[in-house]
Ligand binder design. Structure first.
Ligand SMILES: [Fe+2]
Ligand SMILES: [Fe+2]
Length: 223
């Protein structure tokens, strides 16, 4: 496929998994807002679409072995991939983030009480949302899809997509509250580690939601 300004962000991300690196670099939403044509998504970020197209070309040319095409792999393998690489790591990562967040809040709150309070609230919200969300997929939706019943799981898929949107909103809040995850010069090691962990949570969650919204659910609806 040749990528043009009219290709949707989700299509590019589905057919060229490595393109998500370029999107992540520029904060282009390829999961919940993936239905937008590239030109529109770039415009919204104040980016020149020609520059982004050139970066996509360079990224894809530099990586001759494309990652797995999850729109073509067996659907069970896709679900196994989501569980192993995006769900299970959160079992330990979310408590780790909460612990660092509470420590940074306790030690540094005085520097900017309003921002640190809001940040703590947003981190706890993201954690609670994910902890409520994952079991619903694991216990209800994914087993239905594995059984070939995606066609009658429209309701659960819609609910999951609404939860993805809410999660996307919380991540945008985290990005704004952390100056795009850029720690100030004075930041201590835990503070830096927390910002890095939050940036990684954003990257992983965008990939995770993209795999579900744009690939798994699309395939399941055809079952
Ligand atoms: Fe998931
Ligand atoms: Fe999900």
């Amino acid at each position: 496929m040749s990528i043009t300004a009219d290709t949707t962000v989700a299509t590019v991300a589905t057919e060229h998994p490595l393109a998500t690196r370029v999107f992540a670099r520029h904060g282009i939403d390829f999961c919940c807002g993936g239905g937008q044509p590239l030109a529109e998504a770039c415009g919204a970020k104040g980016l020149d679409v020609r520059t982004v197209l050139a970066e996509l070309d360079a990224e894809l040319a530099a990586s001759p072995a494309e990652e797995v095409r999850w729109d073509e792999a067996p659907i069970d393998a896709l679900i196994d991939h989501i569980l192993a690489d995006y769900h299970r790591p959160l079992d330990t990562e979310l408590p780790r983030i909460e612990e660092m967040m509470r420590k940074v809040h306790r030690v540094h709150r005085d520097k900017d009480p309003e921002r640190f309070d809001e940040l703590l609230r947003a981190v706890l919200e993201a954690k609670a949302d994910l902890e409520g969300h994952l079991p619903k997929e694991e216990q209800i939706l994914f087993p239905m899809i594995r059984a070939g019943q995606g066609g009658v799981a429209m309701g659960p898929m819609h609910v999951m997509e609404l939860e993805h949107d809410a999660l996307g909103g919380t991540l945008r809040k985290l990005r704004a509250l952390t100056n795009d995850y850029t720690p100030p010069a004075e930041a201590c090691n835990t503070w830096r580690a927390l910002w890095a962990a939050l940036a990684d949570l954003e990257r992983a969650t965008h990939e995770h939601i993209h795999l579900e919204n744009n690939i798994l659910h699309v395939r399941a609806r055809r079952q």
